[in-house]
Design a protein around this ligand. Structure first.
Ligand SMILES: C[S@@+](CC[C@H](N)C(=O)[O-])C[C@H]1O[C@@H](n2cnc3c(N)ncnc32)[C@H](O)[C@@H]1O
Length: 220
C-alpha cells in the first residue's frame, strides 16, 4: 500500500476559536497544574494514553473509573481543553481534579515520539477525525508511521483501543492493521464492549444513525 508520510500537522484548521475571558483564565491558572509532565499525584500502577480527547468526557470517565492508573490525554483544541477545565475548576473551594489525569495540550505525535520505550500500557484513539477523502489519507491518525511509533511506546501485550463511526475509516483501520506484524487483533465489534466508556462523538454518531466500530489491538 503506497501511503504518503503524515504531514507535520494533522489538523488542517485553526486550533480553536477565541477563548472567552473565563476560559482564558482557566488555561492560564488551572492548566499548568494538569499539564503533562506535571507528575500524577498518585503512584500509578501503569500509564495509559488518550489521543484526541475532544471535550475530555471519555478521559475524565476513564480516570475516575480506574483511579489506580495514570492517564495522559492529548488534545490540540484550546476550547476543548477549556471545557475540561470548566468542569474541574474548584466549586465552592472543593477540588475536583482527578489525581491521575494529565493533559498534553498539543499534537499527540511529538509527545508519543518523546515517550520512553514500553512506557504505556494502553492507548485510546476514540472517533479520530476521519479525513474521508483519499487525498487526505496521510492525515489520518491511523497510519503505518504512527503504528510504528505506538508500537514502540506500548508494553508487549499492551492494548490500543480504537473506535470510529466513519465507514471509510473503518475499512482503513482493517486495512492498515492487516498489513502490520506489530499488532494483533484481539476484538472488533459493532457493540461497545462493556468496559469501554462512551464519548461525545459516539453519541453524536449514534443519533445520526451511524454504526460505530470498536477494535482492540495488542502490541505483538
Ligand atoms: C472527532 S474528535 C473526537 C473527540 C473525542 N475522542 C470523542 O470521541 O468525543 C477528534 C479529536 O482529535 C483531536 N486531534 C486530532 N489530531 C490530533 C493530534 N495529532 N493530537 C491531539 N489531538 C488531535 C481533534 O482536535 C479532535 O478534538
Amino acid at each position: 500500500m503506497a501511503i504518503k508520510p503524515p504531514p507535520d500537522r494533522l489538523y488542517g484548521r485553526a486550533v480553536g476559536h477565541t477563548l472567552r475571558a473565563r476560559q482564558a483564565e482557566l488555561i492560564e491558572t488551572l492548566l499548568p497544574r494538569l499539564r503533562w509532565p506535571v507528575p500524577f499525584t498518585i503512584t500509578p500502577r501503569e500509564t495509559w494514553l488518550e489521543i484526541g480527547a475532544g471535550g475530555f468526557e471519555h478521559a475524565e470517565a476513564i480516570a475516575r473509573l480506574h483511579p489506580e492508573i495514570g492517564l495522559i490525554a492529548c488534545e490540540v483544541f484550546a476550547n476543548s481543553i477549556a471545557s475540561l477545565l470548566s468542569r474541574l475548576a474548584p466549586l465552592n473551594g472543593v477540588e475536583t481534579i482527578p489525581p491521575n489525569l494529565r493533559v498534553h495540550d498539543d499534537d499527540a505525535r511529538p509527545l508519543i515520539r518523546s515517550l520512553p520505550d514500553a512506557s504505556i500500557a494502553r492507548a485510546y484513539l476514540m472517533f479520530p477525525d476521519p479525513w474521508p477523502k483519499a487525498r487526505h489519507a496521510k492525515r489520518r491518525f491511523v497510519h503505518p508511521a504512527t503504528l510504528a511509533d505506538l508500537a514502540r511506546i506500548l508494553k508487549p501485550g499492551g492494548e490500543w483501543r480504537i473506535a470510529s463511526d466513519d465507514p471509510t475509516y473503518q475499512s482503513w483501520v482493517d486495512q492498515v492493521f492487516a498489513e502490520t506484524t506489530l499488532f494483533t487483533l484481539l476484538e472488533a465489534t459493532s457493540t461497545r464492549p462493556a468496559d469501554w466508556c462512551p464519548t461525545r462523538y459516539e453519541a453524536k454518531a449514534i443519533r445520526a444513525g451511524r454504526t460505530p466500530r470498536y477494535w482492540r489491538f495488542a502490541r505483538a
